[in-house]
Design a protein around this ligand. Structure first.
Ligand SMILES: Nc1nc2c(ncn2[C@@H]2O[C@H](COP(=O)(O)OP(=O)(O)O)[C@@H](O)[C@H]2O)c(=O)[nH]1
Ligand SMILES: [Mg+2]
Length: 354
């Protein structure tokens, strides 16, 4: 027999939604910029060079939508591109396809072109191909990014219409990831499509990748931003030592390139380029770690690493990656401020770089 209802029974049970969200699209449309805007943290590396992102990166976004607590496990993916070039390109495309095949919701990102205002806006053929290849039953939100480039927003209607002829979308949201316009709307639309389920991550977790992964990525980001043409594509970074105390961190990293000429470019006149890369990367790593960083860089010629399966494994580009799970990570990057990342209160120290 039951007496007075217990406190637990009378407490309102809040529904929880949780799931994975794959961000897919062509290279350079702004997928990583969008992830960073969603997190309010510059976690992922971004640059003007296509194929900046080479591995999937998880960022955990929490928000309350319609009175329900939601955990969005967002997966930034490499851009889908022609992969006839190297084994690395094949692995990048495979990572993106695996993420979209296993995700609960897909964010298909396309960017508006900088077409003359007299010409109608049309989708890039690559966007159409990707939209067609997504599973017919998949829940897809189409995000049209870079609308800051279009003054007359009515021009977007033609673009939206063209996409709707290809497949059905749960929602279509025009945004500017760069100016953080419309990002919240995408997150709300996506959250509503997530299944009911338990959160997989602790409230303070931002990602499942360890800090040394970001240290390597932030060095590579500076190579991408400061050098042109073939050097960024031929570059990868490995961490030799990573020692962290309460007060600071000491990191030694090697920048691998494929040829002697590239090595000379990365080092620069009297070591000036390497010095600049080191200074900028160190600041970025220190920001995420929240403590001073001592960074030592080496440059090495590692011939043919992009086509060598053993070297690709060693350098952090595995054949396939398991879908994210809370158990996977030995050490996670901490959220760089107290409490779970919430939108709307962007701390100054995580300002976007130009
Ligand atoms: N104008 C404009 N540029 C953007 C926007 N979002 C991203 N970008 C730029 O597009 C380039 C590629 O961005 P990134 O996020 O690395 O693209 P990804 O390859 O799809 O991950 C970078 O130079 C970004 O600054 C946007 O909303 N508007
Ligand atoms: Mg990217």
């Amino acid at each position: 027999m039951r007496g007075v209802p217990s406190e637990e029974a009378t407490e309102r049970v809040q529904k929880v939604r949780a799931g994975t969200v794959a961000i897919v699209g062509r290279p350079n449309v702004g997928k990583s910029t969008f992830l960073n805007a969603a997190l309010s943290v510059e976690l992922a590396i971004t640059s003007k060079t296509p194929q900046t992102t080479r591995t999937t990166l998880l960022g955990v976004v929490r928000r309350e939508v319609d009175g329900e607590a939601c955990e969005l496990r967002m997966l930034d993916t490499p851009g889908l591109h022609d992969d006839s070039l190297t084994a690395l390109n094949k692995r990048m495309n495979r990572a993106a396809r695996e993420a979209s095949a296993t995700a609960d919701v897909i964010v298909l990102m396309a960017a508006v072109a900088t077409a003359a205002s007299s010409r109608p806006l049309v989708p890039h053929p690559g966007d159409i191909a990707i939209a067609r290849e997504l599973a017919p039953g998949a829940k897809v939100v189409l995000v049209l990014n870079k609308v800051d480039r279009v003054k007359d927003k009515a021009r977007l209607l033609n673009l939206i219409d063209a996409f709707q002829h290809v497949r059905s979308f749960e929602a279509i949201v025009p945004i500017s990831a760069l100016t953080d316009d419309g990002v919240n709307r995408v997150l709300d639309e996506v959250a509503r499509l997530l299944p009911e389920g338990e959160p997989a991550f602790d409230a303070e977790d931002l990602t499942d990748r360890p800090m040394r992964y970001f240290a390597a990525e932030y060095v590579r980001e500076q190579v991408l931003r400061q050098l042109r043409e073939e050097v960024p594509h031929a570059t990868t970074v490995s961490i030799d030592t990573f020692e962290e105390t309460d007060k600071n961190a000491r990191i030694a990293a090697t920048i691998h390139v494929e040829r002697l000429g590239q090595k000379k470019i990365v080092i620069g006149e009297g070591g000036s380029m390497l010095k600049q890369i080191g200074t900028d990367a160190r600041m970025r790593i220190a920001q995420l770690l929240g403590k001073p960083v001592h960074l030592e860089l080496f440059v090495r010629e590692t011939q043919g690493w992009r086509d060598n399966p053993r070297l690709l494994e060693e350098l952090g580009y595995p054949e396939g990656r398991e879908p994210p799970s809370a158990k996977q990570a030995p050490r996670r990057a901490p959220a760089p401020r107290s409490g779970p990342p919430s939108r709307g209160t962007k701390p100054k120290k995580h300002r976007r770089s130009p």
